[in-house]
Design a protein around this ligand. Structure first.
Ligand SMILES: [Cu+2]
Length: 338
């Protein structure tokens, strides 16, 4: 379908975490949005931008997703040859609305076969999720029928290897009638783990598949890098209501998601607001699953201060799956050893 580029421009990195070009037509229900993730890349420095903006009004959304192999930083000072969707680990957040037609154009720009598997789609595996060779591309589409937050990953065997190399991203399908609450800030957190050993050069890491098969992760991370939000907290203001889209990419671990010093007033397992749980301390996101968490940072109840978010499986938190939410400007900024 042809589309007219009515709006092309640089997007503010802080607004949606993407820098580059995208185009959107604006013809009401027939509008088409096109994003080329080869051109629009998620910022990962100083930290992967976790903040997300609402989806566009376009009812047809098309995404070009290049597969590339890239040098990534998975812990401070440690680089790794990752396999990526869109050049980063995790790949870019895809956000659509329930009922949207989602068109995918997967392009394998790497040197080996890969694939893509959308948990948000009802589609035959053999049509959409098969591997494509270097230089090949694949087009498929699906209607986003089911609201929630979902894992997208490479499914090429051995899947453990392709996921531990970084081939995953989150897709949010906003409910057609909204989430039922108004929030001030939204963030995406994708938990995953890396199985690595030292490379030949100082500061480099290489895959350790045996460690992966014995579930001995070296790092467990949110959004691709150990401890990045401890150094660069997610910033909210006192009084804010916050929605967190949490996905556990694995390849093997789940996330026992918890915020120290806060209670979730709502959790939507799988991200469907029909699945509401109220007043939750910790909720487990299974490997290959997602959930939406909501809480409010109010004066006298999770007010100004620092709030670590963790997987409460603490051996995993010690390996990097801990970050901070900073509410307004605390007088003493200290992580308190967590
Ligand atoms: Cu792959």
């Amino acid at each position: 379908m042809p589309y007219t580029k009515l709006a092309i421009g640089l997007l503010a990195a802080g607004a949606v975490g993407l820098v580059g070009f995208r185009s959107t037509t604006d013809r009401g229900a027939a509008a088409v949005e096109y994003i080329d993730f080869g051109q629009v890349q998620t910022a990962t420095q100083p930290a992967y931008v976790a903040a997300v903006s609402p989806p566009s009004a376009a009812r047809v959304k098309e995404f070009r997703i290049p597969i590339t192999h890239e040098t990534i930083e998975i812990a401070d000072g440690f680089t790794y040859e990752g396999w990526t969707f869109g050049g980063t680990v995790p790949g870019p957040v895809i956000r659509v609305r329930e009922g949207d037609l989602v068109k995918i154009h997967l392009v394998n720009e790497s040197s080996m076969p890969h694939s893509i598997d959308f948990h948000s789609a009802r589609i035959p595996w053999n049509e959409a999720y098969h591997s494509i060779n270097p230089g090949e591309d694949l087009r498929f589409e699906f209607t986003a029928r089911d609201p929630g937050v979902y894992l997208v990953h490479c499914g090429t065997p051995p899947v453990t290897m392709h996921i531990m190399q970084g081939m995953y991203l989150a897709i949010i399908v906003d409910p057609k009638d909204g989430w039922g609450t108004e929030v001030d800030k939204e963030f995406v957190l994708v938990q995953s783990e890396f199985y690595v050993q030292p490379g030949q050069e100082q500061g480099t890491l290489v895959p350790d598949f045996q460690a992966a098969m014995s579930k001995s992760a070296r790092y467990v991370v949110f959004n691709g890098r150990a401890f990045q939000y401890k150094a660069h907290p997610l910033q909210v203001e006192q009084g804010d209501r916050v929605r967190l889209f949490v996905v556990a990419a694995g390849p093997t671990f789940r996330s026992d998601f918890h915020i120290v010093g806060a209670i979730f007033d709502r959790v939507y397992p799988d991200g469907n607001p029909d699945n509401v749980l109220e007043t939750v301390q910790t909720y487990t996101v299974p490997a290959g699953g997602g959930a939406v968490f909501e809480t409010t940072f109010e004066a006298g109840a999770s007010g100004v201060g620092l709030y670590p978010f963790v997987t409460h499986a603490f051996a995993d938190a010690e390996r990097g799956a801990v970050g901070l939410i900073q509410v307004s400007q605390p007088q003493m900024v200290t992580a308190g050893g967590r």
